[in-house]
Design a protein around this ligand. Structure first.
Ligand SMILES: Nc1ncnc2c1ncn2[C@@H]1O[C@H](COP(=O)(O)OP(=O)(O)OP(=O)(O)O)[C@@H](O)[C@H]1O
Ligand SMILES: [Mg+2]
Length: 362
């Protein structure tokens, strides 16, 4: 396989962007399996960066390394020049929010309550304040609700604020995940397959939403199998194949790279034999198949999971103020990925036995 160093085709910095996230030499091993091999990636302010690659390429594992769910075997991850802590809720607090490949909402809470949970890292009111319910608590709660409603307006879900999350159509559940992530007021948003299972109209709307998020000053790193979505959206795209970064560059560079075509076809790259068609070849359009596969896999994963598995925040109470240090420190992702022996980042010893909320992965 071609090595990263010899194949990176574009500089990691846009002209006016300053580096926000800098992952350097990230390696993630699970026993004998190396899922991420020496991957470096920078996301600059104002950028939308895509991360693509065939199933099992290590994209989600890389996200997990960025967000404190996994402690990389080697390498470092900094945000605004500071090393990110190996705890998901601290990463969120630092300004990096994410959504999950397998939707993780509080199914039996309302849409508004789900967004309020996402605000807990930005509220100061603690347990005592919540218990005595003084003026500070009420002010903070009112502000949280106001902001949560703004975010529901922004994501087009305001009319469904009082609906139970589990009753939302699939596409809206994905939007709600984004609204919840935005509730932590991030500077960088990581989206893991935000359009999986969506119809073309919903996908198009999500594209607009991501542009709008970027326009609000939030940089975005997005994993997707839908190549049209990725190439329309992204300033820069990195391609992972078997854990390695194969190519990085503009959409045009990546979709014209013959190695990307070969990787998606599962073929070893042979310069003479590989087709050089840009935009119309398999590299430009592997999305429908890949997305379907992904949706099917997600369904299988969900079916394999025990009912009642807690969502990542692990909080049963709706109000953000009542969610003191929720279970983001737990590692929900290994369960979602159905791996028997995950290597989680330091599970939170204070994590409770779970909530009554049933994770509604699809
Ligand atoms: N916790 C874990 N324990 C063991 N192996 C794991 C774990 N998490 C991921 N892997 C393995 O790492 C590899 C990369 O998986 P990952 O889920 O990151 O791929 P992906 O690129 O996100 O794929 P997809 O497009 O299907 O979502 C796979 O071989 C997977 O089985
Ligand atoms: Mg994945």
């Amino acid at each position: 396989m071609t090595t990263t160093t010899s194949t990176t085709t574009e500089p990691a910095r846009t002209p006016d962007g300053t580096p926000l996230l800098e992952a350097s030499g990230v390696i993630m091993r699970f026993g004998g399996l190396t899922a991420v091999r020496d991957v470096s990636l920078t996301v600059n302010s104002g950028e939308i960066v895509g991360l693509i690659g065939p199933n099992g390429a290590g994209k989600t594992t890389f996200f997990n390394c960025l967000t404190g769910l996994y402690i990389p075997t080697e390498g470092s991850v900094t945000y605004k020049g500071t090393v990110l802590p190996p705890k998901p809720h601290l990463v969120t607090k630092a300004g990096v929010a994410r959504t999950f490949q397998n939707i993780r909402l509080f199914a039996n809470m309302t849409v508004l309550e789900n967004v309020l949970v996402g605000r807990h890292t930005r509220t100061r009111e603690g347990l005592i304040s919540a218990l005595i319910r003084g003026p500070g608590y009420h002010r903070a709660e009112a502000r949280s609700r106001e902001r949560a409603m703004e975010l529901l307006e922004f994501t087009g879900l305001a009319a469904k604020a009082d609906h139970l999350a589990r009753n939302l159509p699939y596409g809206e559940q994905r939007k709600l995940e984004i609204a919840r992530a935005l509730a932590s007021e991030p500077g960088l948003l990581l989206l893991d397959e935000p359009t999986a299972g969506m119809n073309p109209q919903e996908t198009r709307a999500t594209e607009e939403l991501v542009f709008a998020i970027r326009d609000q000053g939030i940089a975005v790193l997005v994993i997707e199998h839908d190549m049209r979505f990725i190439f329309n959206l992204c300033d820069r795209v990195a391609v992972l194949v078997q854990g390695e970064k194969l190519v990085e560059g503009t959409s045009e560079v990546v979709q014209n790279d013959e190695r990307v075509v070969a990787a998606y076809l599962g073929e070893p790259f042979e310069p003479e034999a590989a087709p050089a068609t840009a935009g119309s070849g398999p590299a430009a359009e592997p999305a429908p198949e890949a997305a379907e596969e992904s949706a099917e896999e997600s369904a299988e994963e969900a079916a394999a999971e025990p009912a009642g598995e807690p969502a990542e925040e692990g909080a049963a109470e709706p109000a953000a103020e009542t969610v003191a240090e929720p279970e983001e420190g737990r590692d929900p992702e290994p369960a979602a990925e159905s791996h028997p022996e995950p290597t989680p980042a330091d599970p939170d010893p204070e994590a409770g036995p779970g909530t009554q909320e049933q994770e509604n992965d699809r």
